[in-house]
Design a protein around this ligand. Structure first.
Ligand code: GLY
Length: 404
């Protein structure tokens, strides 16, 4: 692993003022951390500003690496980036585990998407045809074949799609490993909120933190997840058009030595997407609601009820498991459901945000793309469709005030 000079050393390359970081990443979620890690590996003096690095949506996310089963009409361009990142996962996970000595809970276990009634089956058949047209591999199974693969599925399962290429990682372990990898690569952490971007001579020059400290930097990467549109000082028209999309998620505990499921199982129950992600640790993650509720992260009785009701319909045995945790997080939604990556209309300001449902999946490719952009000023060809410039000036959204 390459190491870099700690942020703030006077020898920072690339025209950065003495004492400044080459790169300051605003936001220490998995996207900000992977950006910082990759930047530091390229020899850039890098710092992260976040009150709780490794926190954020990764603490809630299930960690499905679901490029194939989460294929959606109109998102074919995003599919290419999702697949590029999925292909990198084995090497990325091995490198990160080697760099930190930490287990990421990366499992190449595959996914089974099942149908509970005739409508679901018709929908899954359509998805199967779309996957085949898109060159993706999935296999249609009868209800009986689905239950042979996953015996705890409800007897009513009418058929399903076996997708061996959709895997999983544990996002909490991923976040912890990225914090360690950053520390070992010399990334400096400022454990506070960034309050305002500073701009001088038409160039981003750093941030001022909530306690008034100035953090100068050669380049600033805004990677604040759903909060990315809320940093003061970003010129009007360049404010990232991200919005919070709430997801409520449950964590259950499977009995030791008796995993309820061998792979991720997903379904659409009464129109609600549902997934069950079994980990080797015995954790079973059940998610997720999808709600446009502004900054609200309340876990509601209705959300928990709906998830348990639908999960019980799919896998009746879940009611015997311990309910270990209920939690809600905020996905950073963007207008086209795709991320905003790379340089903006303001020199020195880059974005790595708007990953919406795919932040965990897109972590490896985001790190590579941002490292390239930070060192060359250009996006690599695979990321060009995701330039923030695609939204022009008109899409600066306003969101309600956070309540916490
Ligand atoms: N990718 C799963 C979710 O956003 O709920």
């Amino acid at each position: 692993m390459a190491s870099s000079a700690p942020a703030g050393t006077p020898s920072a390359p690339g025209g950065t003022p003495s004492g400044a970081a080459d790169v300051l990443v605003v936001g220490g979620g998995i996207i900000g951390l992977v950006t910082a890690w990759r930047a530091a590996q390229r020899g850039l003096a890098t710092a992260v500003v976040d009150p709780e690095p490794g926190g954020g949506a990764a603490q809630v996310a299930a960690g499905m690496l679901a490029a194939v089963t989460e294929l959606h009409y109109g998102e074919e361009t995003l599919l290419a980036l999702n697949l590029a990142s999925a292909r990198r996962y084995p090497e990325f996970a091995a490198e990160l585990a080697e760099a930190t000595g930490l287990d990421l809970g990366y499992r190449r276990c595959g996914t089974l998407a099942v149908a509970l009634d005739a409508d679901d089956r018709a929908h899954l058949r359509e998805l199967h045809a779309f996957q085949e047209r898109s060159g993706l591999t999935s296999e249609w199974l009868s209800g009986r074949e689905c239950r042979r693969l996953e015996p705890m599925l409800a007897p009513g399962v009418r058929g399903g799609l076996r997708v061996d290429d959709d895997h999983q990682v544990d996002p909490r372990r991923l976040a912890a490993a990225l914090v360690t990898a950053c520390e070992r690569a010399g990334v400096a952490f400022h454990r506070t909120w960034a309050a305002r971007l500073t701009v001088a001579a038409d160039r981003a020059t750093g941030v001022v933190t909530a306690d008034g400290t100035e953090l100068p930097a050669g380049q600033v990467v805004l990677a604040g997840g759903s909060l990315s549109g809320r940093l003061d000082g970003v010129p009007e028209g360049l404010v990232p058009p991200v919005r919070p999309v709430k997801g409520e998620v449950l964590r259950l505990t499977m009995r030791e030595g008796a995993p309820l499921l061998g792979r991720t199982v997903r379904a659409v129950v009464r129109g609600n997407p549902l997934y069950l992600v079994p980990r080797e640790s015995g954790e079973l993650v059940v998610g997720a609601t999808s709600e446009e509720q502004g900054w609200d992260t309340t876990v509601t009785a209705g959300g928990v009820y709906a998830l348990l009701r639908d999960a019980h319909e799919l896998v009746p045995g879940i009611t015997e498991l311990a309910l270990a945790e209920t939690r809600a997080g905020l996905r950073p939604g963007s207008p086209d459901n795709a991320p905003l990556l790379g340089p903006t209309g303001l020199d020195g300001l880059l974005l790595a945000t708007g990953h919406y449902r795919n932040g965990v999946l897109l972590t490896p490719v985001t790190g590579d793309v941002l490292a390239h952009a930070l060192t060359t000023g250009e996006l690599p060809s695979e990321a060009r469709p995701f330039t923030p410039r695609r939204f022009g000036a008109a899409l600066a959204l306003s969101s309600p005030e956070p309540t916490a």
